[in-house]
Structure formats: C-alpha cells, structure tokens
Design a protein around this ligand. Structure first.
Ligand SMILES: [Mg+2]
Length: 161
C-alpha cells in the first residue's frame, strides 16, 4: 500500500491540490445563530474547489452534524467528506488520524486555533457569532487567497500586462 503524505512545509497559497479542513460553528456558521451562514463562505469554498483543492468539514458536534449544517446552508456539495472533531491527543489538541489518508488536511480554517496542533497550518478566523452580516473574516481570507493564486500563477496567464 502506498501512501502520499501531505507536504506540510508547503504554503497553502501554492498548493492547488491541497486539502482544506473547515470547522463549522463560529467559522462557517454562527456559533450562536447556527441558522446564519457566514458572509463569504460560499464564495471561498467555491473558489477553493475551482482551484483544485478538496474541502472537508469537521465539527465537535460530530460528522452528521457537520453534514446536516452544510446541507442546511446549501454548501454540502463543496465538501468531499465530513468528520467528527472529538478526539484529543495528550496535549489536548484535536486529532485527525481518523481522517482518510487522502483527506489529511494541509490547511485548517478554525475560529479556535488553540485546539489544533502547533505543527499544522492553521488559518485562524475570528469567531462568527451570527449576528454581524458585515463580518469579513472569510471574505478577507478569500481576497488573500485570490491574490496568492494570481501571484503564483506559473505562466502569468492570469493577468494582462
Ligand atoms: Mg468553532
């Protein structure tokens, strides 16, 4: 059995085939208002998928909860898998060894980065409560991503002059 382990030293901006793991509550939907999808969520996910990345969704509420929330907000189709976030290592950090080998994340997006291991690439976003529709946590991430995609396009096709 061969396995291709993720190159964790690679920056997220250059990895078109990267696996991105998104947290649910407070990251993609409101932590209090779970009926509110965070502004920019759809566009960010669509952009990642279009660029060749794979997105997985995981939650302390369980894999079924993650899938249910994604379906409720119409973003389920962006994810290749759903996982629970419930096992911690000796340091109290969430483990990802229950993820399929080809779903091992290169990048985590989470409003609680303290729960994730220090040696993984985590993009921390402020907690989204659900009430502020001017929240820019994900749209600023998307802007950074788009900028990185343009500036790392090898052939320079993305821009004229
Ligand atoms: Mg969270």
């Amino acid at each position: 059995m061969s396995s291709k382990s993720p190159d964790r030293t690679r920056g997220w901006s250059g990895a078109a085939d990267a696996v991105w793991a998104f947290d649910v509550d407070g990251t993609l939907i409101g932590s209090i208002r779970s009926d509110v999808l965070r502004p920019g969520a759809c566009e960010l996910l669509a952009t990642l998928v279009r660029s060749g990345a794979s997105c997985v969704l995981w939650s302390a509420g369980g894999a079924d909860y993650a899938r249910r929330m994604a379906a409720r907000h119409g973003i389920e189709h962006h994810f290749v898998a759903f996982y629970e976030k419930d096992r911690r290592d000796a340091d109290g950090k969430y483990r990802v060894d229950h993820f399929a080998a080809h779903h091992q994340p290169h990048v985590f997006v989470d409003d609680s980065p303290i729960d994730l291991r220090d040696d993984v690439h985590t993009i921390a976003v402020p907690q989204f409560i659900g009430g502020n529709l001017a929240d820019a946590g994900l749209s600023s991430l998307l802007r950074s991503l788009q900028h990185a995609m343009i500036t790392t396009t090898p052939t320079g096709e993305a821009h004229d002059g």
